[in-house]
Design a protein around this ligand. Structure first.
Ligand code: ZN
Length: 350
């Protein structure tokens, strides 16, 4: 999550909109086990608090030096993500072992070096050109002048490792012959903390055209509990922002899968149009929403360790985080497998 003091600063519009459609093969095992279709809940159960914890203790460890955009720690984090997708046999939409969308130094302001988004995808079986984008930023704010490392376990290690677990759930389904009908893009964006650069660059240089981008589900901070919910009867929650703004169908679908599977309290406090925090504009989904692509932003709210060196993996609520990641998975599964793509009926209602 981007700090609001930076978020309300100036941004410069670039437009260099070359886009390329991918036609790589995404799956290799569609032939087997077609007859044994399993319920989506089976795949959701592969998202576990233990695996999330294992991933996060590495990803938000000191070795990654706070993942500052363009710096060695961020590069190391990118390499880690690429390795996980390769281990899961999930290909890059760019082909071969190129999982990076390079963003040149000239794109950034303020002396930031070149950086990269990390992309992996699962090819849809029926409508491969239509894509559901699952995003999380993997950069954070680095190390301060005293040498304190900002591990960013919640911000946004939590979203990053959740994408890995959601990807694993999808790939298990693929291995059992249950490819999603539409493609799923796992988009790990860089430069969020510096100004939503990675998502902006991706939407100006999309790998799948924006016209065929059905929805963006963005996860930024889902591992903690804010002060509003810090009691046993309130902790089973997640804030949803933006779900009803562009597509009523998306909002309803999200409510339905939650009621059926995850049963979290979906808190819409920050979805209010006059919310002074302006969270709708403060993470990467906004770069999709501004192109009229329906989005949902998943968020636990701010807490005392937000943008401090104390945002560490030992403070994460792993069971709750797993439940929240499952909600994103179920929502993505439903969007990807619906007969028709989401109806966008909210344009101009802002
Ligand atoms: Zn942040």
């Amino acid at each position: 999550m981007r700090n609001i003091l930076i978020a309300i600063g100036i941004s410069i519009l670039y437009s260099c909109g070359s886009s390329q459609n991918s036609s790589n093969t995404g799956s290799s095992s569609s032939s087997k086990a077609k007859e044994d279709k399993l319920d989506v809940a089976y795949y959701a159960e592969t998202i576990t608090s233990k695996e999330l914890k294992d991933y996060l203790y590495t990803f938000a460890g000191d070795d990654f030096e706070g993942r500052d955009t363009g710096e060695p720690g961020q590069k190391k984090a990118a390499e880690f993500l690429k390795e996980q997708y390769q281990k899961m046999n999930i290909p890059s939409p760019m082909g071969g072992d190129n999982y990076y969308q390079e963003i040149p130094e000239s794109y950034f302001r303020g002396g930031i070096k070149s950086s990269e988004n990390v992309l992996a995808y699962i090819k849809g079986s029926e409508k491969p050109d239509e894509v559901v984008v699952l995003s999380a930023h993997y950069d954070h704010v680095g190390v301060d002048s005293k040498g304190n490392i900002y591990n960013g376990a919640d911000d946004d290690g939590s979203g990053t490792v959740s994408l890995l677990e959601i990807a694993e759930a999808f790939v298990k389904a693929v291995e059992n012959g249950q490819e999603p009908k539409r493609s799923i893009l796992f988009l790990h964006v860089t430069g969020e903390e510096k100004g939503l650069y990675g998502s902006k660059y991706y939407t100006e240089n999309p790998v799948f055209s924006l016209e065929n981008t059905v929805a963006n589900l963005n996860i930024d901070m889902i591992g903690r509990i804010d002060s509003e919910h810090d009691s046993d009867d309130k902790r089973n929650y997640i804030y949803l922002i933006g779900s009803d703004r562009l597509s009523t169908e998306l909002h309803n679908l999200s409510e339905e899968v939650n009621a059926k599977y995850t049963k979290l309290n979906l808190d819409y406090t920050f979805n209010a149009k006059d919310d002074p925090n302006r969270f709708y504009y403060r993470s990467d989904h906004y770069n999709f929403a501004k192109h009229n692509i329906p989005i949902i932003f998943y968020f636990n709210g701010v807490h005392e360790d937000y943008h401090k060196p104390t945002d560490t993996p030992d403070k994460i609520e792993y069971d709750l985080m797993a439940k929240r990641a499952k909600l994103v998975f179920h929502t993505a599964w439903e969007i990807a497998n619906r007969e028709n793509r989401l109806v966008v009926d909210g344009i101009g209602k802002e």
